[in-house]
Ligand binder design. Structure first.
Ligand SMILES: Nc1nc2c([nH]c(=O)n2[C@H]2C[C@H](O)[C@@H](COP(=O)(O)OP(=O)(O)OP(=O)(O)O)O2)c(=O)[nH]1
Length: 133
């Protein structure tokens, strides 16, 4: 089997709302919304990677809660895994420090108000199904 590199995306919830982050780069992804996160580094636990990426990209102190079942193919060799996450008490509010130029907190009825990356749509659908289930 070919080597695959896991990208962890955070379904970051606060007060029942989900954070969507608009990418500012690269050009083919810019302007579309994603679940913030990034590549798991060699030897790194995926939940630790998620906490690190959210600190770097958004300036927050977060904790991973649980893996959302499923995995979604991105551009090879990447594959997207999603974890639910929450802000730790006292965390700063998220800011678009790198990779993003706009953040939106989406209430349950607003999940489809943003232009998600195509490859994130099935992942967000799974997150939404678990919210309503
Ligand atoms: N973080 C994230 N990346 C995604 C999602 N959907 C999707 O196609 N991608 C792609 C974009 C990138 O090609 C790759 C992850 O890149 P990244 O730029 O977020 O990761 P990173 O911070 O570790 O990247 P780098 O600057 O170290 O290269 O996965 C998503 O929901 N979240």
């Amino acid at each position: 089997m070919k080597e695959r590199i896991v990208v962890v995306g955070a379904a970051l919830f606060d007060g029942g709302r989900l954070l969507a982050a608009r990418r500012s780069a690269p050009p083919e992804l810019a302007g579309r919304y994603e679940l913030p996160g990034g590549k798991v580094e060699p030897g790194e636990a995926p939940d630790a990677a998620l906490v690190r990426e959210l600190r770097e990209e958004l300036g927050v102190e977060a904790e991973a809660v649980e893996r959302v079942p499923g995995e979604w193919d991105l551009k090879p060799p990447y594959v997207l895994h999603v974890w639910t996450a929450r802000l730790r008490p006292g965390s700063p509010d998220p800011k678009p420090l790198e990779d993003h130029d706009e953040l939106r907190w989406l209430a349950p009825g607003e999940l489809w108000d943003v232009d998600w990356l195509d490859q994130d749509v099935p992942a967000v659908r799974e997150v939404a199904a678990r919210l309503s289930g």
